[in-house]
Each structure stands twice: as structure tokens, then as C-alpha cells.
Design a protein around this ligand. Structure first.
Ligand SMILES: N[C@@H](CCC(=O)N[C@@H](CS)C(=O)NCC(=O)O)C(=O)O
Length: 223
């Protein structure tokens, strides 16, 4: 997300990539942040994790509010909603479901975890339908303009499907949206630099993309 934002804003940065070990962060990445979760950014004395915080920090300090929709704008509430929906609802549901799958949660014999898995599928379908309905009426999630809310959501609709595959075939407005995102120069540049092994077209397609284990990213800007 931070890479897409920096490219969209035309901000210069140094990029450090770390290979997963095998799925989670390697020990050297954990020296950046105790949780070892990417992204981590450094800007002079500032070191920050949590993609939402990183995106907001970069957009406000280096982007001077570009790609942010401010209070008073007609799309402000929608912007806030989709910005926070990305990590608080969609990402967290996908992560919980992935953890359940890794733990073999659909077959513990009690029926309890398969209920959780069923509930996840229902919830995911509600979330995708909400997004699809929204994108039937506006080109970008906040409204007329591409914004940081789109940058927050797009990772769950693309890269995360390499880890927790789900299909988007029923959601034609989401697919058209992903085609619009994929045509943007900033997005393309970020993908090229961050995850060149991932095919932009496959990431935006209906079927889940193959999973070549994308790397973790850490951006620095020490000026
Ligand atoms: N809520 C965090 C989640 C970060 C996260 O889980 N990132 C993944 C990469 S997509 C990661 O670092 N995984 C490696 C690990 O947790 O060890 C955020 O949005 O920054």
C-alpha cells in the first residue's frame, strides 16, 4: 500500500525487500518492528508500522493531503468508511480465515470451526457485495476521485488473494474497478518495484492469482 501511495504521489523513497521465512517475517525484519508485520516506513526519526498509519502519515506529511478527502468534502464520510473498512473488516476477516485454514480448522470433528468458516464465507460475500454495489454507482470507493481509500482496499482484493484465494467472478463492478486501478501508472510502477513476480492482470482477474509468496516491503525516506 505504501509503495502504491508513494508512486501515485511521485514521492522518492528507498525500498528494502525481505523474503518471507517461509510465510512470516524473517528475524531481520523483526528488528524493524516487534510484530514483524509489513509495511514499516522510516522517515528521518520516524519509524512507523500499520499500513493505515503509514498511508495516512505519508499522504499528510509528504503528499500534503493529496489523495486524502478532507472534512467538509461531500465524499468525506465515504472516504473514511472505505479507508477503515479495508483493514478493520476486510483484511482482518481474510487473516482470521487464513489462520483457521492453516490450523486445519474446517475438520476438527466438532463442527464448530466449519461453522466459523461458513460464517466467514457469508461475511466475505456481504463485504464484496457492498463494494460491488458501491462501485456500480461511482468509479472509486470514496466517489469521483481515486483516493487513499482505494489504495487501502486494493491489496485485499489482489495480493491477499495469493494467500487466501477467493473468487471475484460474481462481482463485475469490482472487476471493472480493478481494471481501472491496474491501468494507473502509479499502481503499475509500485507493482513493478515491489512484486515484479506477480502478474498485474492475474491479480485483477476473477480467479484467485497463483501464490509465488510476494516479499515484505520496507520504505525509507531519510532526508
Ligand atoms: N494490520 C497490519 C497487517 C500487516 C501484515 O500482516 N502484513 C503481512 C504482509 S501482507 C506480514 O507482514 N506478514 C508477515 C508476518 O506477519 O510475519 C497492516 O495493515 O499493516
Amino acid at each position: 500500500m505504501t509503495l502504491i501511495l508513494c508512486e501515485e504521489l511521485g514521492i522518492e523513497y528507498d525500498l528494502r525487500k525481505y523474503n518471507r521465512s517461509p510465510l512470516l517475517a524473517p528475524p531481520e525484519f523483526k528488528t524493524l518492528h516487534p510484530l514483524g508485520s509489513a509495511p514499516v516506513i522510516e522517515d528521518g526519526e520516524v519509524k512507523l508500522a500499520e499500513s493505515g498509519a503509514c498511508v495516512e502519515y505519508i499522504a499528510q506529511t509528504h503528499g500534503k493531503g493529496r489523495l486524502v478527502i478532507a472534512p467538509g468534502h461531500k465524499d468525506y464520510a465515504q472516504y473514511l468508511y472505505w479507508f477503515h473498512f479495508a483493514n478493520a473488516s476486510l483484511q482482518s476477516a481474510l487473516m482470521r480465515d487464513l489462520a483457521l485454514k492453516i490450523a486445519g480448522g474446517t475438520s476438527d470433528g466438532t463442527g464448530r470451526s466449519s461453522d466459523i468458516s461458513k460464517r466467514f464465507k457469508e461475511k466475505l460475500s456481504i463485504m464484496l457485495t457492498m463494494m460491488d454495489d458501491r462501485l456500480a454507482t461511482v468509479p472509486w470507493l470514496a466517489g469521483d476521485q481515486f483516493s487513499a481509500a482505494d489504495i487501502m482496499v486494493v491489496c485485499c482484493l489482489t495480493t491477499m488473494r495469493c494467500f487466501n484465494p477467493y473468487d471475484l467472478g460474481e462481482y463485475e463492478n469490482i472487476l471493472a474497478y480493478l481494471a481501472r486501478v491496474s491501468a494507473r501508472d502509479g499502481y503499475r510502477q509500485a507493482r513493478q518495484k515491489g512484486d515484479p513476480e506477480l502478474d498485474i492482470g492475474l491479480l485483477a482477474g476473477a480467479a484467485p492469482p497463483p501464490s509465488p509468496q510476494p516479499t515484505l516491503v520496507h520504505a525509507t525516506q531519510d532526508q
